[in-house]
Design a protein around this ligand. Structure first.
Ligand code: URQ
Ligand code: ZN
Ligand code: ZN
Length: 480
């Protein structure tokens, strides 16, 4: 592989920023230092005033997800290509077995779909049912396939919802294996009953969606998952935290020393529930995702949670359906396929609303868009940092550049853009993936199939087990 020297930029990692050149060779970073010379045959890219950041990591996407009777329209190629155009060079997607579907069979199916990815990818595997076979398959996935995180949908009753029995069994198994349990925290029974009540009251349009999933429905599930994890002494990652109540539950758990992590979606940080009050069905339905976009006051709480470390990562939950698919719910909001986009826009909107406003420093921006996800899901320092030995996944960031986000210019296949019309300051000028320039000032050169499956080692179960055994062995002081 020819090699690339990125000269004259300012390298910004989660922990520090400095003027340095970056030499890439054979897909990895060979050196980060001032005054590097380009060996013969190596392409030189003059970074000038640009910042050189670790490529974005989106830990929550659903490319070509079969869901609610249809399939998300961005597949693993178009979705990862759109990500590269926005500076995201790695995704962690989801294998979601149907109940009773063997986990290994579903995993192999998703691995086949993902072969076309343009960028590197990993998988969280959802535990949607429980049996001795699931118990065994989790071990195979951790020890042979490099899966170190298992997802649990507490919503979607009569579909992929995990009840408490599944949560407890799976969380306990994850701990034994050194894997991280993650949850979609909404009480699926409450959603089901509220949906039914609204429908029977004749409230059947997209405006009913947020009414059937109020913040309290999310907070109950978040608190329950946190409590179960606490009793079992297992870490927990809560995806798409959308409201103050859930963020508060995580903050309290963390202040008690419980190891709970949380994720904010770019959409929830910037879009509010007014979108559901549009008189136009297509516009309101386009924004149906779960948890729903919330009242605006929740946005500041989520930003504060990112700044304070209550939440550690940002993601998009990129799961996109076009108008004809969203029209499946024309007569019944419960049938609107849930999901929105954002993989191309995430870094730009978080820089614009986060760094330009002073909420986040550039270093914190790198932490919440790349480094923290790499650390939590055990990809660091291969991913998430500009340093020798890391994969050469980089984004050359132009903090003064502007772009108006629109369906007219996006690379996603979906037929709308939830950030439509927003003009941002701070854009990717170049994206480098595995040491190759794959996006250059508007020109996308994503390569179908160039992405690699990422094995993510388990966290050391030996250490965990030893620690627990020591704790159990210690005689508890008997109060006289
Ligand atoms: O719930 C999820 O995370 C998947 C099914 C995407 N859809 C959504 O509304 N978030
Ligand atoms: Zn979800
Ligand atoms: Zn999701």
């Amino acid at each position: 592989m020819g090699g690339l020297l990125i000269r004259g930029g300012t390298v910004v990692n989660a922990d520090c920023a400095r003027r340095a050149d970056v030499l890439c060779a054979d897909g990895v970073i060979a050196a980060v230092a001032e005054g590097l010379q380009a060996p013969p045959g190596v392409e030189v890219l003059d970074a000038g005033e640009l910042l050189v950041l670790p490529g974005g990591i989106d830990p929550h996407t659903h490319m070509q997800l079969p869901f609610m009777g249809t399939v998300a329209v961005d597949d693993f190629y178009t979705g990862t290509a759109a990500g590269l155009a926005g500076g995201t060079t790695c995704i962690i997607d989801f294998v979601i077995p149907d109940p009773q579907e063997p986990l290994l069979g579903a995993y192999r199916k998703w691995r086949g779909w993902a072969e076309k990815s343009a960028a590197d990818y990993g998988f969280h595997v959802a535990v949607t049912w429980w049996s001795e076979q699931v118990h065994a398959d989790m071990q195979t996935l951790v020890q042979q396939e490099g899966v170190n995180s298992f997802k649990h949908f507490m919503a979607y009753k009569n579909a992929i919802m995990a009840d408490d029995e599944t949560l407890v069994n799976s969380f306990r198994r994850a701990l034994e294996l050194g894997a991280m349990p993650t949850v979609h925290a909404e009480n699926g029974e409450l959603v089901f009953q509220l949906q039914k009540q609204l429908f029977e009251q004749g409230i059947r349009g997209p405006e009913a969606h947020p009414l059937s999933r109020p913040p309290a429905v999310e907070a109950e599930a978040a608190q329950r998952a946190i409590a179960i994890a606490n009793v079992l002494d297992v870490p927990l990652y809560v995806v798409h935290v959308s409201c103050a109540e859930s963020a508060e539950a995580i903050a309290q758990a963390r202040s008690r020393g419980q190891r709970v992590f949380g994720e904010a979606l770019a959409g929830h940080l910037l879009i509010d529930a007014s979108v559901y009050r549009s008189a136009d069905y297509a516009s309101a339905a386009a924004h149906v995702m779960s948890p729903p976009f919330r009242d605006k006051r929740n946005q500041e709480v989520l930003w504060n949670a990112l700044q304070s470390g209550t939440l550690q990562t940002t993601a998009t939950d990129h799961c996109v359906f076009c108008a004809p698919q969203k029209a499946l719910g024309q007569e019944d909001f419960r049938k609107i396929p849930n999901g929105c986009g954002g993989i191309e826009e995430r870094l730009m909107v978080i820089w614009d609303a986060g760094v330009n406003t002073g909420r986040l420093t550039p270093n914190e921006f790198v932490a919440v868009t790349s480094a923290n996800a790499a650390k939590i899901f055990n990809l660091y320092p291969r991913k998430g940092v500009v340093s020798a030995g890391a994969d050469a996944d980089l984004v050359l960031w132009d903090p003064h550049g502007t772009r108006t986000l629109s369906v007219k210019t996006q690379h996603s296949r979906v037929d709308y853009n939830v950030f439509e019309g927003r003009t941002v300051t701070g854009v990717p000028a170049y994206t480098v993936s595995q040491g190759k320039v794959v996006y250059a000032r508007g020109e996308l050169r994503a390569e179908r199939g160039a992405g690699r499956y990422l094995q993510r080692p388990p966290f050391s179960p030996v250490f965990g087990a030893l620690e627990r055994k020591a704790k159990l062995a210690r005689p508890t002081a008997v109060k006289r």
